[in-house]
Design a binder for this molecule. Structure first.
Ligand code: ZN
Length: 333
């Protein structure tokens, strides 16, 4: 039996020296384009032998700091400062990005829940499979820049996962530290299955992820965090000339499910503590008003763990099951 072949074709040669701007071309036949394709922009910069960094933004299409930082890198990169190879895909889930959505309008695919993907699957599955089977194996260091998107907002943080292999975890933590967001987080995923993170880590790659800002937009501050982080990780890996510029950063932990506060009913959310604010056990962090009547009341949500508010829902209306708040604990406690 022949194994299915992924139809994505790269217009760049990953083994050629120089800077190339091209596409990962995914055939996609539609009513408006019979022999059409999804065109995913890619930049590859290679200068001799050395490690490879794989950099991605817009894994979720409504998260913009990564896309901006990587488009900026692609435009301004000086090949003379590169040793090894940089592969940048600023809009990893390009159809979702083009639609301003978290997930793909083509198949509903959530890129970070669909790994390892399928070479003969839906468009999002094919993109995931291309990363899993072609791009990840080339990489030594993998940086995937997320933000809160339209429905969450975070303190700007870089994150590494708790891993079984201490040496592997230490490499990831060192790269997270080099990214140098204002906050660093040792992350425990709600559900690690299907994540790009898990695919990269299962191959032993040095992996860093981020959550920078959110609300479906960016700020000058969050973009600066992403741009500095990209350059720092490349310098840390020895791929870009220079030494990482390190500003003070606070290490946070999310040690248990108590860190996540979820809405149990729909309503209008009133935040009682803002991002970055300290909360103690029992403090009201958010109140969800039942707006169906003036006397319908409100439900208070309290902190089950002390720490600082590291994430919040965005915008003002919530549904049952939405993450209202994320509380993180400073590591020195
Ligand atoms: Zn994301």
């Amino acid at each position: 039996m022949n194994l299915p072949v992924n139809p994505i074709i790269a217009s760049v040669d990953f083994d050629a020296d120089g800077i190339q701007h091209g596409f990962l071309k995914l055939p996609h036949s539609t009513d408006t384009s019979a022999w059409g394709a999804v065109m995913i922009p890619v930049m590859v910069a290679k200068n001799g032998d050395g490690p490879t960094a794989l950099l991605t933004g817009a894994n979720h299409g409504d998260e913009y700091e990564g896309a901006i930082a990587l488009l900026d890198l692609a435009r301004h990169l000086d090949l003379a400062e590169v040793t090894g190879r940089i592969i940048a895909v600023p809009m990893m889930n390009q159809p979702a990005f083009a639609a301003g959505r978290r997930t793909s309008p083509l198949d509903g695919g959530n890129m970070n829940r669909i790994f390892p993907g399928r070479p003969d699957g839906s468009p999002t599955q094919k993109i995931a499979d291309y990363f899993n089977a072609t791009l990840l194996p080339m990489a030594d260091v993998v940086l995937d820049i997320h933000s809160g998107g339209r429905t969450l907002e975070f303190l700007p943080f870089a994150a590494a996962h708790e891993l079984d292999d201490a040496e592997h975890q230490a490499r990831c933590v060192a790269a997270m530290t080099a990214f140098n967001a204002p906050f660093g987080v040792m992350l425990r995923e709600l559900d690690a299955a299907g994540m790009y993170d898990t695919a990269a880590e299962s191959m032993g790659k040095t992996f860093v992820t981020t959550e920078i800002g959110g609300g479906g937009t960016t700020t000058a501050k969050t973009i600066a965090v992403a741009k500095r982080g990209v350059a720092n990780v490349l310098m840390h890996a020895g791929i870009l000339a220079g030494t990482p510029v390190l500003a003070p950063s606070t290490l946070l932990r999310m040690p248990s499910d108590a860190c996540y506060i979820a809405a149990e009913r729909a309503g209008l959310v009133e935040f009682c503590a803002d991002l970055g604010e300290e909360v103690a056990v029992g403090d009201v962090v958010a109140r969800v008003h039942d707006a169906s009547r003036t006397d319908a009341g409100a439900r208070d949500y309290t902190a089950a763990i002390g720490g600082i508010v590291a994430g919040r829902h965005f915008p003002g209306l919530v549904q049952a099951g939405d993450t209202l708040c994320v509380i993180a604990v400073p590591d020195d406690r």
